[in-house]
Design a protein around this ligand. Structure first.
Ligand code: ADP
Length: 691
């Protein structure tokens, strides 16, 4: 009877379990020697129980190297006696029985390889995904991006048809890109009917819905009849649809809108879409969305670039025109500059020629390119440079300066040249100067001829005039018989006019002599006050005739002067003052150490004395204050008749004063009077020095 059969003992049970356990069981004694192993353990350690028992477990341990370091549960590495290594998970139960420890070992190599396979797959997918993403993103052209997307999805999924469906603003849409195996009908460009893609579908997709249908005919799929018909028309058996959402940024937030759909069709039969495939499609659709936004940015950028390019073209056009106009005007200027019979140059602040016109070639035999960038000293030579350097310094000091020079030119003749330097400033800093040189030889020759003519005529006139004058004087005495009153009147007129003529001739000859440098000034120390008194004395009767008072301000100064010539100057100024003063007014003479404000720049007051002759007469217009010092210049041409002048007096005065190294000028106020000033070198007195 079965019931009479004795049940196996516990020991038997334990032995059976020990023998058949899939886990390897090793019992170590206190010193770590193997006391017992089950078959699984001998398989794991690669030796029979017989060979293993009595061996130290340390012989098999690779990591850790000592059994005493074992933790409760850990991964260890063992090496079989045959040298094969294994990764093992180990449970350590110390003191299983007094002096004995239990080790339970599990081979985890299988578990590990499973995880690695999974990792590999994951890795492959990541690589695949990044490869496709890279391909999509590499292009900036939308059409290229879409084309890459469909071909890549088709390649990876091996779907029969992959398409990109664009949703338009009005809700309709159509496939704009497609990759389809040749045996199936392309759907590119076919407008989907409204009912196939209704508004609520659009709504769901814009919220990110992914639709994976393994069988479009499956009633559980719940597709509308019309949609199934549409699917049949294009032989679609299964489909996977993911939305392409495009994000756009407003100033405050980022929004997304449904740009289109990425669709995969399976036509050969139904198809279960794996999670990986769905995920891949979704991730690619996201990438397309990003690429679209970037593409749009680029398009904007392109628009901006196109706009800017057009503008630039226009600007370039305008600039080219302006440049052409500038070139033309430069050419014209050059033409004018080269055509003019004068030397025109520009010299920089380092005294290098920067521009010369063609006249330099004909006048000096120096072509403009030859002179360009060369120093004035190098071009003109040491001697010439020494003579003109004071004018160059003045021009570079900011003064417009004019001087005359006689120069031997290319034609072998000496020419009289008039040279003007005009300083050139930029932002108040001197940059250089313009030099204009004109040939005044003809004018000079005419002037010389005129002077000679006047001189000759005057000389020739003086002798007969003197005798006419003396004869008239004798007639006037009445010694040769008395005249009728009419005759006396005529005689008086003849005498006055002859006197004027003598005066004029004398003046002309004076001026001529002084100008030609034929006379020498006999300079000596003269008391300024004495000179003024003498002049007043000489003019006394004329002043009395006009009821004019002459007054001299006291002065202690001594000047270095030719007494006679300075007296001539003073008497001329006083006689003018009397002539142009109203009756009963006073003419004042003075000599001072200080200059009037306007004219104190050049001569230091300490070395010159300024004489002044001041009247209360009619005054001189401002624009004539300079010209009256030129020959035959009168404010009013009737002056000569009314006042009996010649228009030479002031010209003579100027020659005399300049012959002393001084200057002469006038200041005036119409109807209020004029003051004539001139300066003479002063002799320093002991008392001055102590002042
Ligand atoms: P003139 O012999 O004609 O006086 P000047 O050379 O001495 O010749 O003077 C030239 C001109 O200057 C005069 O004709 C006159 O118009 C003007 N002039 C000279 N001195 C005075 C003055 N004190 N007041 C007004 N005008 C004057």
């Amino acid at each position: 009877m079965a019931g009479a059969k004795k049940p196996p003992t516990k020991k038997l049970f334990y032995e059976a379990v020990f023998k058949h356990s899939v886990e390897a069981i090793v019992i170590l004694d206190r010193q770590g020697f193997i006391a017992e192993v089950n078959p699984a353990a001998s398989k794991l350690l690669g030796a029979t129980a017989k060979k293993l028992i009595g061996k130290s477990f340390n012989n098999f341990l690779k990591f850790p190297t000592n059994w005493q370091q074992l933790a409760e549960r850990q991964e260890i590495q063992i090496e079989q006696l045959k040298g094969k290594r294994k990764a093992i998970e180990c449970d350590w139960v110390p003191d299983l029985l007094p002096n004995y420890n239990l080790l339970i070992l599990r081979d985890i190599a299988g578990v590990g390889s499973y995880t690695i396979a999974q990792l590999n797959l994951h890795h492959q997918r990541v690589e695949l995904f990044s490869e496709v993403t890279l391909k999509i993103r590499r292009s900036l052209q939308l059409s290229e991006i879409l084309e890459t997307a469909v071909t890549e999805v088709q390649r990876i999924l091996q779907a029969d048809r992959v398409l990109i469906y664009q949703v338009f603003a009005n809700g309709t849409g159509m496939p704009i890109e497609e990759a389809v195996f040749p045996q199936f009908k392309p759907i590119l460009g076919v407008q989907f009917p409204e009912e196939v893609f209704p508004a609520d579908y659009r709504e769901l997709y814009s919220k990110g819905r992914v639709k994976a249908l393994s069988d479009v005919h499956d009633p559980d799929a719940g597709l509308a009849e019309c949609l199934i018909e549409f699917m049949d028309e294009w032989s679609v058996k299964a489909k996977l649809v993911v939305p392409i959402l495009q994000s756009f940024k407003s100033t405050t937030e980022t929004n997304e809108h449904l740009w289109g759909l990425l669709i995969a069709h399976q036509c050969r039969g139904t198809r279960q879409w794996t999670d990986f495939e769905q995920e891949l499609m979704q991730q690619l659709a996201d990438q397309i969305g990003i690429a679209l936004s970037q593409g749009e940015l680029l398009e904007n950028l392109e628009e901006v670039v196109a706009e800017r390019t057009a503008k630039l073209r226009q600007e370039i056009g305008e600039r080219t025109k302006a440049e052409a106009a500038l070139r033309r005007s430069e050419e014209q200027l050059r033409l004018i500059a080269n055509g003019l019979p004068v030397l025109i140059a520009y010299v920089d602040d380092k005294q290098h020629y920067r521009f010369n016109n063609q006249a330099y070639q004909t006048w000096l035999g120096l072509s403009p390119p030859e002179i360009y960038d060369r120093h004035l000293l190098e071009v003109h030579g040491v001697e010439e440079y020494r003579q003109i350097s004071q004018y160059i310094d003045a021009a570079l000091g900011g003064k417009t300066i004019t001087y005359e020079r006689d120069l031997l030119l290319q034609d072998g003749c000496v020419h009289s040249l008039n040279i003007t330097y005009i300083p050139h400033f930029h932002k108040r800093v001197i940059q250089g100067f313009f030099a204009l040189t004109s040939d005044i030889s003809d004018r000079k020759a005419i002037e010389r001829m005129k002077d000679e003519f006047i001189s000759v005529v005057s000389h020739e006139l003086r002798t007969p005039l003197t005798s006419i004058h003396s004869s008239l004087k004798i007639l006037a005495t009445g010694k040769l018989g008395s005249l009728s009153s009419g005759g006396e009147r005529m005689l008086k007129i003849a005498d006055e006019q002859t006197e004027r003529l003598v005066h004029l001739v004398n003046n002309v000859l004076d001026l001529q002599r002084i100008q030609s440098g034929k006379i020498t000034m006999n300079k000596q120390a003269c008391q300024a006050q004495e000179l003024m008194f003498e002049a007043v004395q000489a003019m006394k009767s004329l002043a009395q005739e006009q009821d004019i008072q002459l007054s001299v301000r006291p002065s202690k100064f001594i000047v270095w002067a030719d007494r006679d010539y300075i007296l001539q100057t003073l008497t001329n100024l006083v006689s003018n003052a009397i002539k142009f003063s109203p009756l009963n007014s006073t003419v004042v003479l003075s000599a001072a150490n200080n200059f009037p404000q306007k004219h104190n720049s050049r001569q230091r007051s300490s070395s010159y004395i300024t004489f002044a002759v001041k009247d209360r007469g009619q005054g001189i217009p401002q624009d004539e204050l300079e010209t009256i010092f030129e020959r035959f210049q009168q404010v009013d041409s009737s002056d000569s008749r009314k006042k009996g002048g010649t228009g030479l007096g002031l010209a003579i005065c100027r020659q005399i004063v300049e012959g002393h190294g001084g200057r002469i000028w006038a200041e005036s106020c119409l109807e209020r009077g004029s003051t004539f000033y001139f300066t003479l070198p002063k002799i320093q007195l002991e008392s001055d020095r102590h002042d």
